[in-house]
Design a protein around this ligand. Structure first.
Ligand code: NDP
Length: 295
């Protein structure tokens, strides 16, 4: 079997087109969705992530309030800025780019963001709401994975899903969402990690594999059942002297061999990555609507 490639770029573009229209309609009502962005320090990777997120906002018409603070910013000053944004009616989502410098407690800062503006979905209140099936801001990568499956018309209900990875930002929340009762969830979920005795025995049982371990090419063809759906969340840099940068990106799945066996597969780059960025925009628009009582 040769897998159909699920293009995160194409699905993202469709969602962005829908969001653009929604933002236009909100603007006609005098509502401009706004994102407050805070970057502390000068880490080049963080700078480029923030710039990309702001460009995404601009593309769909979301206003972004850019705050780039020096490395020496105190925790108190950062908390004060978060509090100011919590109370600013022009701001519907707050994004503190991680990592923050070592002298700042990142949990303290993330927990200071109002759960009603927590568009990353990392606040314990939103995590609790998500786990208990209440209305919540869903974390962008896990929600992006579900949205991809949904838009591709791929059923999860009744399917056996194996998630490789148990982090708080990907593995655990994606497993939790798939465990939900909704039509686009309702799966039987196994979560694997470094303590799993026989990973291959688990992945071979899966109708859907979600790889989020951060280990380049670790999911090989002999770990995948014929016809399984394979979602690759991993983004890893591996040395490649033929590239100007000296590296290339690869996922957690050995794409070239697994695509011969799977029914659907996501590429890296161009798979889950663009979905993550797009679901952030989705959450900002959702928050702007909620804050203004728009259905
Ligand atoms: P973490 O390092 O926080 O978690 C990795 C998880 O994978 C851990 O639970 C770890 O187990 C498990 N793991 C690692 N090696 C193995 C192994 N050999 N066998 C079984 N389990 C293993 O990573 P994140 O969840 O933050 O990210 C995972 C990947 O996804 C990374 O490549 C990251 O760059 C990427 N990512 C991509 C995003 C996107 O938008 N596409 C967004 C976020 C992340 P244990 O708990 O036992 O240590």
């Amino acid at each position: 079997m040769l897998a159909e490639i699920i293009s995160g770029n194409e699905i993202s573009q469709d969602i962005r087109t829908e969001l653009k229209l929604e933002v236009q309609k909100l603007k006609e009502k005098g509502i401009v969705p706004g994102l407050g962005v805070i970057l502390v320090g000068d880490d080049p990777a963080s700078r480029s992530y923030v710039t990309a997120k702001e460009r995404d906002c601009e593309e769909v018409g979301i206003y972004s309030d850019d705050n780039r603070l020096p490395e020496t910013t105190s925790e108190a000053d950062l908390l004060a800025l978060v509090e100011k944004m919590n109370n600013d009616p022009k701001i519907h989502g707050i994004l503190v780019q991680l990592p923050v410098p070592k002298h700042i407690d990142s949990d303290k800062v993330l927990n200071a963001i109002s759960p009603e503006k927590d568009v990353d979905g990392f606040h314990p209140i939103n995590v609790g709401r998500m786990v208990t099936g209440q209305e919540a801001f869903l974390p962008c990568t896990p929600n992006g994975v579900l949205e991809m499956l949904k838009r591709k018309g791929l059923e999860t209900s009744g399917k056996k899903v194996v998630v490789v990875g148990r982090s708080n930002i990907v593995g655990k929340p994606v497993a939790n969402l798939l465990l939900g009762r909704g039509k686009n969830a309702n799966a039987t979920v196994t979560i694997c990690h470094t303590g799993t005795a026989d990973l291959k025995a688990e992945t071979l049982q899966a109708d859907i594999i979600i790889a989020a371990a951060g280990q380049p090419n670790m999911i090989k063809a002999d770990m995948v059942r014929e016809g399984a759906i394979v979602i690759d969340v991993g983004v890893n840099r591996i040395e490649d002297s033929s590239k100007k940068s000296g590296f290339r990106l690869c996922g957690d799945v050995e794409f070239d061999t697994v695509k011969e066996k799977a029914s659907y597969i996501t590429p890296v780059p161009g798979g889950v990555g663009p979905m993550t960025r797009t679901m952030l925009l989705f959450n900002i628009v959702k928050s702007a609507k909620k804050h203004n009582g728009v259905k």
